[in-house]
Design a protein around this ligand. Structure first.
Ligand code: ZN
Length: 240
């Protein structure tokens, strides 16, 4: 499948302020995320917090099949009007891929309806991600498990609604486990939350992580299903 229109939204603050992050992502996290998606034939553009409308005006969102979201230190700066617009598009069928610290974004919290809180620490632990739903499209081409040598640790409990599907489950060398690849549907839209991607680690340069990102955008892209019509409805059967 080609031609999926992907918009990558990146807060883009760490890369500008922190040399250690810039060393890992010199062109921004959005550029690293864009690479495998472009190589897979998708039409990729990026949008960042400091652009007008955070780069997510009506025209951009209407031209987006899948929105990828990376945010961390500036969730509160995202305007509610833009959040409303994103959520409306998800309900209409736009896919949403929320990454790592995006668990605390306004968009994800509102779509989940829970705190989305979790346990965390930054201690360079190893993360081992197990594919627990091998037939899922997001698992296509992955090995039974893969490892990231150093990552931030997230641990359960992760305060999300019970997911529709759990595709990936993480174990960390400090002993925690975490539902690290989970799916939800809201309205006509498909949502995938994917845990890895702390800004100081080269996670988005990892081939297996890139495979998950490509698969997730393909999975979350809208399909051509019927558009439901709600409200008062006349009988579908003739009455004699
Ligand atoms: Zn992090």
């Amino acid at each position: 499948m080609t031609g999926i229109r992907v918009t990558i939204w990146n807060e883009f603050r760490h890369e500008q302020r922190d040399e250690a992050v810039r060393a890992v992502y010199p062109d921004g996290i959005h550029a690293a995320l864009a690479k495998p998606l472009s190589e897979a034939g998708m039409q990729v553009r990026s949008a960042t917090l400091d652009e007008p409308d955070h780069g997510l005006n009506e025209a951009v969102l209407n031209d987006t099949d899948v929105l990828v979201w990376w945010g961390h230190v500036a969730h509160d700066e995202v305007q509610d009007a833009v959040v409303d617009r994103v959520i409306r598009r998800v309900h209409e069928g736009m896919g949403l891929v929320v990454l790592h610290s995006g668990h605390f974004s306004k968009v994800f919290q509102r779509l989940m309806g829970t705190s989305c809180n979790l346990r965390w620490r930054e201690e360079d632990e190893k993360e081992r991600l197990f594919v627990v739903d091998p037939s899922h499209p997001i698992a296509e081409g992955l090995p039974p498990y893969f490892e990231l040598p150093n990552e931030e640790t997230y641990g359960e409990h992760f305060d999300i609604p019970v997911p529709d599907e759990i595709v990936l489950l993480s174990w960390f060398s400090g002993g925690d486990v975490f539902r690290s690849g989970v799916t939800f549907r809201r309205g006509r839209g498909k949502i995938f939350y994917f845990r890895p991607g702390h800004e100081t680690y080269p996670t988005y340069h990892d081939a297996n992580v890139q495979r998950v990102l490509v698969n997730a955008c393909r999975w979350a892209a809208p399909t051509n299903g019927p558009v439901p019509v709600y409200g008062h409805a006349p009988s579908l059967e003739a009455r004699g």
